[in-house]
Design a protein around this ligand. Structure first.
Ligand code: EPU
Length: 423
């Protein structure tokens, strides 16, 4: 197991490229299961979550080649059962359920267990697939979902849950509906850019999907799909994380290969805090200058275009040393505050109660050995270490390797002083 040493106090400068989006790549890789023709997917980040997805597809029968961000997949013939040993490693494996059901008429996927960031049920996924006519059984920890004899039928489905729409649930229903007879309408769909990217991928294969990126998605069933070459959208959360690094410890950091429109909520908070975020005209590159007198802010996470829950931990790290009081409320995953306990060990002044963190900025954090608990929490700890006094040791680095492509190399490129070492 690796750990990361972050020697605090270096000034970040220079530029890096942002990788392709992990959360767009995962369902797009899964969607390749819908076609028996070859697909080529570019800018798939080299992170362990995409590696798990590649392994799952391969175990389902896919022929896969992967080299420097490009994944070539040919799913000539596939089986319907996703192997538990791989599925259990990643909750997002659930998004093979829709394509398997659509292509083979049946999907056997193990029921995801608990997760450190919250309960994460799949009731909405199942509600959507059942509305298309599928039946569900549970056996030995597996969900077995079966299409009716005549195949799935289009339907009107409302996917709103108590915490709002569901991203992977929308993906699953959209993928299953591609071959459903007639028209499917998903109301209260997730509008995240990653859902839109998946729809663009599917439409490129020959699906007929309209409205992705809005709350209402319409899918006209088709009978077959072809092939495609697709480039995954930039990772807006990785970009936001490096923006946070830039305002914590930077002096003019530039991020290339981003998409300005997809970062509006993230950018606005940095600007509200007094930092300068300057995009180029094309909106695919941004330079971040730390404000001279930054102030705190209030964040309420919300489904897109609201503030992403996947950025709240990193902002908590920013606020830990921003003068004044800041408030971070996570309505999507109210239990997602494990990073706060670790940051308190570094001297942060944070109180967490009922899904809300109240952060009183301190002058400087002090380094400590800390433990990563999930992907974004670990990113927050790396950020906290950048200006802390001394060397912060972050163990269980595999959490960060799930979703950040070569984070240590990118930080080194920006002149941070970090070292990956074996535990
Ligand atoms: N929910 C239900 N029932 C369901 C599904 C979800 O009640 O059937 C609830 C969840 O418990 C949560 C809310 O709905 O309160 C939203 O969850 P959602 O289903 O949208 O989450 P997800 O699709 O499983 C994706 C991202 C997460 C991100 C969330 C929210 C991927 C692979 N994962 O998960 O990303 O936090 O959307 O935006 O796209 C991360 O990258 O660190 C990460 C956790």
């Amino acid at each position: 197991m690796d750990k990361l040493l972050v020697h605090g106090g270096a000034t970040l400068r220079g530029s890096i490229n942002i990788s392709g989006s992990k959360n767009a790549s995962l369902p797009i890789l899964a969607a390749s299961l819908l076609t028996d023709e070859e697909v080529i997917i570019r800018r798939v980040p080299d992170v362990s979550d995409t590696n798990y997805m590649v392994q799952i597809i391969s175990a389902l029968g896919g022929e896969i080649e992967r080299s420097s961000g490009t994944v070539r997949i040919h799913n000539k013939s596939i089986v319907d059962t996703a192997p538990y040993d791989l599925v259990r490693r990643m909750r997002a494996s659930i998004c093979v359920m829709g394509p398997l059901l659509a292509r083979t008429g049946r999907a056997v996927v193990s029921l995801p267990g608990g997760c450190i960031i919250g309960d994460r049920p799949v009731d909405l996924h199942l509600r959507g697939l059942e509305a298309l006519g599928a039946t569900t059984e549970f056996d030995s920890g597996n969900i077995i979902i079966t299409a009716p004899k005549g195949g799935l039928k289009g339907a009107e489905i409302n996917l709103r849950g108590t915490h709002g729409p569901t991203v992977l649930g929308t993906d699953n229903v959209m993928m299953a509906a591609v071959f459903a007879e007639g028209t499917t309408v998903i109301e209260s769909a997730a509008a995240e850019p990653e859902v839109e990217d998946l729809a663009n991928f599917l439409n490129g294969l020959g699906a007929k999907i309209q409205g992705a990126g809005t709350r209402r998605i319409t899918i006209e069933g088709v009978t077959s799909l072809g092939s495609i070459e697709h480039t995954v959208i930039p990772d807006r959360i990785e970009a936001g994380t490096f923006m946070a690094a830039a305002v914590i410890a930077g002096e003019g950091v530039t991020l290339h290969r981003i998409c300005r429109e997809q970062m509006t909520a993230i950018t606005k908070i940095f600007e509200d805090c007094g930092h300068k975020i300057i995009f180029n005209e094309a909106g695919d590159s941004v330079t971040i200058h730390r404000g001279e007198n930054p102030v705190g802010a209030e964040i309420n996470t919300a489904p897109y275009p609201g503030y992403p829950t996947d950025m709240q931990a990193q902002m908590t790290a920013v606020f830990a040393t921003t003068p004044g009081i800041s408030v971070v409320k996570d309505t999507i995953f109210p239990q997602r505050f494990m990073h706060c306990a670790e940051m308190k060990r570094m001297g942060a002044d944070i109180n967490v109660d009922s899904g809300t963190a109240i952060i009183k900025g301190v002058k400087q954090l002090s380094a400590a050995p800390v433990m990563a608990s999930d992907l974004r929490a670990s990113a927050a700890l790396v950020l906290a270490g950048l200006t802390a006094k001394g060397t912060t040791t972050i163990s269980r680095l595999y959490h960060i390797d799930r979703g950040y492509e070569h984070i240590d190399e990118k930080l080194l490129q920006l002149h941070a002083r970090v070292e990956r070492v074996k535990e």
